[in-house]
Design a binder for this molecule. Structure first.
Ligand code: SF4
Length: 407
């Protein structure tokens, strides 16, 4: 059986990622946790439309942090409280700000399956299967026409969600499954909702000749991906494609293909083609990003000491702008005889400067331009003056920075 979520691994990463998934290769699921919590809260609100959403959200969090939530019948450990409450806040913020809100006719977490001939079937007979966030009735109406359709809605918690999500294979799978299960619908209203950005992207697919053609094409596209999922080698594995798609791959630190793509440290290869180096570079960037994710978490309290330094979050001093930075720069640059009068007469200049949010690099550059290279007049003590301007325009704050520090 093919699932929409696992087919995504092929498209977003590579076919070997699906093999690693099926082999239950451990993966970091932290990244999904707040999204899972947001979905759990919204599911509870949909299933109990007459109850207080806030109370439902707190019960959902309590359930997640004490019992966890299963995925396809496989129980997951209890969720981290921070992730669960973050997901709750995302869901509640969306409920408070989305004017369309929740329709009491919606059904949440709807399981839809089809057999190899695209006919609706029970889950245990499925060839293709998906759990859809929301399915419900919807209507179209204008002055001389009205029609009943089916809404299929996908909630996303990623900040990066945009209207391109409607073209993803996941959305195509949901549409063809809904079309199979609701053959009498006049149209399918496809929606992707960004919970964080409180934005919904909508496309109505009408079940006319053009719509039927679109669905037929999507079925073919999905069949290509399923065929790729079925194409396993004699060793039972799918091919790996190490490279830029390793970025964000949950298996990058455990994948043998990624490991083999590392540079030839042992010097066996005298010359490596730049194309090979590019692949290896992409894989290593992905590995470093994945290791950094783990280490950020592990070094929240203190960096880890290693031979020659530390790795993790260290406290450093940084110079940050203040609410007065723009005014300080304007005073230094324009040097008016009467600053108060100048400030009153030029609010738009100050407004523009403040809107540019000048930081340490900009203050330094302005100091350089003022005292080092403005016109032909380089001032002898320009470094001291620039430093004094930076001291006046910026404040020193302590903040944590992740990285490698040499001792
Ligand atoms: S790490 Fe790269 S090669 Fe390995 S499964 Fe992921 S995407 Fe494929």
């Amino acid at each position: 059986m093919h699932r929409s979520t696992t087919l995504n691994l092929i498209l977003n990463q590579c076919p070997f990622a699906l093999t690693l998934y099926e082999a239950h290769t451990p993966r970091d699921r932290d990244v999904f946790q707040s999204g899972i919590a947001a979905h759990a809260v919204l599911q509870a609100v949909i299933e109990h439309p007459d109850e207080d959403p806030k109370a439902l959200a707190e019960s959902a969090v309590r359930e997640l942090v004490t019992k966890g939530r299963g995925f396809y019948g496989v129980p997951e450990p209890p969720m981290d409280v921070h992730a669960a409450t973050e997901g709750r806040d995302v869901a509640l913020r969306w409920l408070a700000r989305d004017f369309d809100g929740i329709d009491p006719r919606w059904k949440a977490e709807v399981m839809l399956s089809v057999d190899r001939e695209w006919n609706p079937c029970a889950h245990d007979k499925a060839w293709l299967h998906a759990i859809v966030d929301v399915v419900g009735p919807c209507e179209y109406e204008d002055e001389d026409f009205a029609a009943d359709g089916v809404l299929v809605k996908d909630w996303k918690t990623s900040f990066a969600t945009d209207d391109g999500a409607l073209d993803s294979i996941q959305q195509k799978i949901q549409a063809v499954l809904v079309a199979a299960h609701y053959p009498d619908a006049a149209f399918i209203r496809r929606q992707v909702t960004s919970l964080r950005m409180v934005r919904t992207y909508t496309h109505d697919l009408w079940m006319d000749d053009e719509g039927a053609e679109t669905l037929a094409q999507w079925r073919t596209d999905i069949e290509h991906v399923c065929a790729q999922a079925d194409a396993v080698g004699p060793d039972g594995k799918r091919p790996a494609r190490p490279g830029p798609r390793c970025g964000g791959c949950p298996y990058v630190l455990r994948c043998e293909a990624a490991r083999e793509a590392r540079p030839p440290w042992d010097g066996e290869e005298e010359w490596v083609h730049p194309g090979d180096i590019a692949v290896r570079y992409a894989v290593m960037v992905a590995m470093v990003a994945e290791m950094a994710k783990t280490l950020r978490h592990a070094t929240k309290e203190a960096p880890i000491e290693v031979d020659g330094g530390t790795v993790g979050i260290s406290i450093i001093e940084q110079r940050k702008p203040t609410p007065e930075t723009a005014a300080t720069l304007a005073r230094a640059w324009f040097d008016p005889d009467d600053w108060n009068a100048w400030e009153r007469e030029n609010p738009e200049v100050l407004g523009m400067l403040a809107a540019m949010k000048p930081g340490a690099a900009q203050v330094k550059a302005i100091g350089g331009a003022l005292y080092q290279s403005r016109g032909a007049n380089k001032i002898d003590d320009w470094r001291e003056r620039r430093e004094a301007l930076m001291g006046e325009a910026l404040r020193v704050v302590e903040s944590g920075r992740f990285g490698v520090q040499k001792s």
